[in-house]
Structure formats: structure tokens, C-alpha cells
Design a protein around this ligand. Sequence first.
Ligand SMILES: Nc1ncnc2c1ncn2[C@@H]1O[C@H](COP(=O)(O)OP(=O)(O)O)[C@@H](O)[C@H]1O
Ligand SMILES: [Mg+2]
Length: 393
Amino acid sequence: MLNNFSDQELVDVYTKCLLENLSDDFKAILEKELKKRKLFVTVEQELISLAFGKSNLDFYQLVKYSLDSCFVLQDDKVIYINQAGFDLLGLKYPEQVIGEAFSRFLHPDFHGIHKKRLETALNGEVTELMEQRMLKSDGETIDVEVMAAPYAMDGQNLAQIIVRNITQRKQTERRLHNLEKLSSIGQMAAGIAHEVRNPLTAVKGFVQLLEKELVHPYLPIVVEELDNAIKTLNNLLQVAKPDLNNEPDVMINLCSELESLIFLFQEQLYKVTVNKHFQNCDKEFRGKKNLILKAFFNLLKNAIEAIDGKGEITLEHFYRNNMIHIKVRDTGSGVPAAKIKLLGTPFFTTKEDGVGMGLTQVFTTIHEHGGHIHVESEEGKGTEFHIQLPAPV
Ligand SMILES: Nc1ncnc2c1ncn2[C@@H]1O[C@H](COP(=O)(O)OP(=O)(O)O)[C@@H](O)[C@H]1O
Ligand SMILES: [Mg+2]
């Protein structure tokens, strides 16, 4: 019977059936026929035009004001971007993006996979959501979730890329992960330090008593070595349990503090050039000054130690989105990709005389101040620590 129906009649009957809740059996028969004739897209359009009135629904506007970023690509070339896309990449003018390759805005790690997914979309299939990283016009890296889907226009096969910014979510995840890592290892280390420090202090006391009765050349060395061990343990306790530092919060102006810190390294800096790009120096934030100074001291010290011979250290200070941003960049040895995850773990060191507590103090202090820290490094090229500290207006 359905054979006699034209395509349009079939679609009309089916939409009516959907809207008037006719019997499921009848619906099933219609669906079989619709499937055979591949008419589901037409049904969808019919339903939309019934809901919004024929040709009144302007999809362009829906996309234009969408909170997700949308790009339409011809091969890899961007031919459309919505406002959210502009905002996501920090762009000002269409010519910065229209006609450009989409991969230009993608982190190089994802160029290969993007190419494959683009092909899938151009072949008419939707890809799964995938976490990738994109580059903003100012070079900042952002975490995004990306989906590629086909987009047909005037007989051409194009692709649409939908992008959602998940930087905030990823940052929170990383922060929690770091905090967990630090607090579990830190607590364990602090526990052990505490247990070991007490007997060592007792031993030192007894050796000092012995020294009064006995003269032996080894005794002063024993005391000295014990002192070193106790000092290391004290350092560890200090960073592992920063709440022991009952320092009051004060307003801190990092521009001037960084200036003074650099001064402390004068002697080591004869081969290293320090570049300063300080902006928004009127901004201050609230925190524990000694802990913060110690953190930046540790970062500068590492930067200097990473440079063998000549090199450069660049310090940036600026204010954006209620945060003070500080970047400490060096042209030193860099950190191998596999080791980046270990930075901040107590006792991780690659130096012969290293202690591996410097970065633990940095991470703990920045997190305790509600801030974030992000490290990028390339072996043989250098390292950048990007710190953000909250400074509400
Ligand atoms: N700016 C940097 N460049 C290269 N490697 C670094 C840098 N900062 C830290 N590291 C690596 O992280 C390790 C841990 O640093 P840290 O916690 O300060 O301990 P330490 O300096 O005593 O080794 C260092 O041994 C080094 O391998
Ligand atoms: Mg160090």
C-alpha cells in the first residue's frame, strides 16, 4: 500500500503520526519504508519547519551566538568562524583566520590526528569528542574538546569543527592531582622526617657531651654531619607542612620583589642575561611574603643552574582575568618529556648535589595561595614556568 505514496506523502503521514501519537505498529511500518527510501533527513526538516514555521528558522543565527566555537572548513581552510571561535582564539579580525589553515591554531601534537578526523568528516561521518590543545593568537595554549562533523553546502563536502574550551576544567584536574601527589608524599616524608629528627638530635646532644670528656678528631665531624642531616630534615618539614609557617598575610608587589631577588643572584649572573618584561606593576596580591619569595628564589636558582655557560632568563609579569601571571623562562638544559611529571615531587633531583625540595616548595606555596603553575620544557632548549596567582580587583 505504501508503494503508492509519493515521498512527500509518506513524510507527511509520518510526521502527523508522530505529532498525534498514532499506533506504534503503524509507525513501525512507516519507519521501515522511510528507512528504505532514506527519508529521515526530510522528516527532520519537516518537523523543524512545523515547529518554527517554514524557512523561518535561521540556523546561521543559532550558530553565530552559540557558546561553543564553530569552524567550517574547506579541506583544512577556515571559511567560517563564529563569535565564540573568535573569543576562544583571542582574534580581532576575520582576516586573521578566514582562509588560514585550521591546523595553524592547533597544537603541533594534534596535527596528525586532526588530518585523519577531518578526512572522516569530509567523508560524511561524525567523529567522537576528543581532547586536544589549541594555540591562541598570543601563543597561549588552551585545552579544548573537539568534534568534527560533515557539512554539505552547494554540493560541496565541507567539515564543521565544534570546539569547547575546557582549560579551566583541566587546570582544576591537574591542580587536584598535584595537590594529592604532594600531600600524600609530603605527609609521608614529613612523618618520617619527624621520627628521624628526634633521635638524631638526641645523638647530637650525646656526642657534644662526649666531646667534653674526650678529644678525638672524628667527634667534630660527627657533630657537623649530624647538623647537616638535621638541617635537611628541618627543610623538609618546612615545605611538607607549610602551615607550620605562621606568617601573616600581607599585600605583595611581585614586580619589586622580583627586582630584589634578581639582585641576590648578581654573582652568578655574569654569563646570563636577564630580560624583564614587567607590565601592570600596580597590581598586588595577598599572601605570605617569605614563602612566595622563597618560591621565586627557588625558580630563579633552578633557571640559573640549568644554564651551562651563556644563556638567557626572561621574567614576565602581567595581569589578566583577575590573575597575576609570572613567567620564568630560561634557555637552559630543559627537562625530558618523561620527567616533567616528576617536577615538584619531593626529592626528585637530577643534580649531583641536589636535594630535590626546591620545586616541592614552589608547587606547595603556589597552590596554598590558590594559584596555578604550568611547566613547559624542551630538552636542550629551555624551560618555562608559568605561574598564576589570584589577585581579584
Ligand atoms: N629551570 C629548570 N631547567 C631544567 N631543569 C629543571 C629546572 N627546574 C627544575 N629542574 C629539574 O627539576 C629537578 C628538581 O628541582 P628542585 O626541586 O629545585 O631540586 P634541585 O634543584 O635540588 O635538584 C632538578 O634537579 C632539575 O632536574
Ligand atoms: Mg633547586
